[in-house]
Design a protein around this ligand. Structure first.
Ligand code: ATP
Ligand code: MG
Length: 196
């Protein structure tokens, strides 16, 4: 099984690159942002909790996020592997992901850290805000998201560094260039499955 953690700041291109990976490698793409937005659209209890937090650029509590993800994995018993997009965002989530995969006898294969400088992130998110309709793509919330990323999410890099799973990907350049670097990283640790 090929299990990819796609990591990066808000606006780094996790969603876009996840879709490319999903197509090429035949993996299931789990985007916590998309899952939460679907809950909000449904008006579920989870959606009610998530709505205000997302608009303010805050995280959904770890316990809730972990249980949502745990339940979602079980919906794909025959998957060839997963792309975890937007999870883990805290060290507690990274530890929880390791244990939930271990219980299923699988593990994270590699973590791709899409690196984009802050000015560029703000520019991209403001631009996306013109059409996304997302409650969090406005200047105030963007700054808050980046701040939360720096304090709560950056330590996740060390977590995967210690497991020798961290691969830094230059996140600027064209989408195709970024994807080529991603494929090279995946193929370097998981060479056999790519040509079958
Ligand atoms: P992208 O790189 O795709 O632009 P993003 O960071 O802008 O990513 P999403 O991944 O869509 O946005 O997440 C949107 C919001 O959902 C987050 O700001 C946060 O409030 C909430 N959220 C998503 N994943 C998590 C998580 N793992 N833990 C806590 N909150 C989360
Ligand atoms: Mg996203």
């Amino acid at each position: 099984m090929l299990n990819v953690v796609i990591f990066g700041a808000p606006g780094s291109g996790k969603g876009t690159q996840s879709e490319f990976i999903e197509k090429k490698y035949g993996l299931v793409h789990l985007s916590t942002g998309d899952i939460l937005r679907a809950e909000i659209a449904k008006g579920s209890e989870i959606g009610k909790i998530a709505d205000g937090l997302i608009s303010r650029g805050e995280f959904i509590p770890d316990d809730l996020m972990i249980s949502i993800l745990n339940g979602t994995i079980d919906k794909y018993p025959t998957s060839k592997g997963f792309i975890f997009d937007g999870f883990p965002r805290t060290v507690a989530q990274a530890e929880a992901l390791d244990s939930m995969l271990k219980r299923r006898n699988i593990r994270v294969t590699l973590m791709l850290n899409i690196d984009v400088e802050t000015n560029e992130l703000v520019k991209r998110l403001l631009n996306r805000g013109k059409t996304s309709g997302r409650s969090d793509d406005n200047l105030k919330t963007i700054h808050q998201r980046i701040q939360v990323y720096e304090t709560k999410t950056l330590p996740v890099i060390q977590f995967y560094d210690r497991q020798n799973k961290h691969h830094r990907i230059k996140g600027t350049g064209t989408m195709d260039e970024v994807f080529a670097d991603i494929c090279a990283a995946i193929d370097s640790v998981y060479p056999t499955k790519t040509n079958v």
